[in-house]
Ligand binder design. Sequence first.
Ligand code: DON
Length: 313
Amino acid sequence: MPNAPDLEKLKSVLDGIATRYAGEAERGDVADYIPELADVSLNHFGIAVAPLQGAPLLAGDAEVAFSIQSISKVFGLTVALERVGATLWRRVGREPSGDPFNSIVQLESERGKPRNPFINPGAIVVADVILGNAKPGDPEEPVLDLCRYLAEDPSITVDEAVFQSEVATGHRNRALAYFMQAEGNLEGEVPEVVKSYFRQCSIAMSCRQLAMAGRFLAAGGQGAAADHAAVTPERARRINALMMTCGCYDASGEVAFRIGLPCKSGVGGGILAIAPGIAAIAAWCPGLDDKGNSRLALAAIEELSREMGWSVF
Ligand code: DON
């Protein structure tokens, strides 16, 4: 049920969070396995909330672009579902993994079928599906194209330095892809498929842009973005369910317990959260906890959800 938030209260909660978190000492550590991400200052903190209608509300560094990393898996999944519909689920599962995002352990015992589309092997299969089902006239970078459309901002780009850094160091992702190829669950060539996966991870967006891009999920696939063929109510419902159960890797249960909203995190320190029927939220601070989720972004969304009464439970 659409539910317009009290904007005055929301603004004051966001300002309070941004002021307190600017001075927070315990910020976690930046991801350093992708060298380019290690250079980002821990001091950043930004948050944006995009209600179903009207302009987003911003606080802190909400206009500073950061690497969306695994949050791109939400938009990749949206494109793949548009291209192949429910047949996607023959190649990717829908269960939480309980393992780190780049783990290969389950992939071996489960014969190359990733548990869900939000762990790395799942997103690599999704990238393969997107590449293998392109039609003439489709955009060259469909995930980037969808982000631009949803955020209503054609200026969004791939951060080429982050992309090069991922190509240079992404051996584990290539290993996951080769393993799936050996099991018959990859149609394209590994270098091409992982390149496409690395490019979507390297999309740079601000909290404002990300909250706008996530708004179709809060709107249940209706509203302004519904003109796009990829956006449907059923798809939005399914993606929200997967974000709730699998969006923060082996911390997904803890995040559902603490926050009670569908969330998707990335090692760039961003988190996209959805308050269904109300708003999309994007928070960013580059410092991560031991599961790879942004420490302060999670804490901020927890506080916001509590203050505004947005938990779905
Ligand atoms: O493939 C990787 O390792 C990164 N491009 C993305 C990982 C990521 O964001 C996982 N997130 N928490």
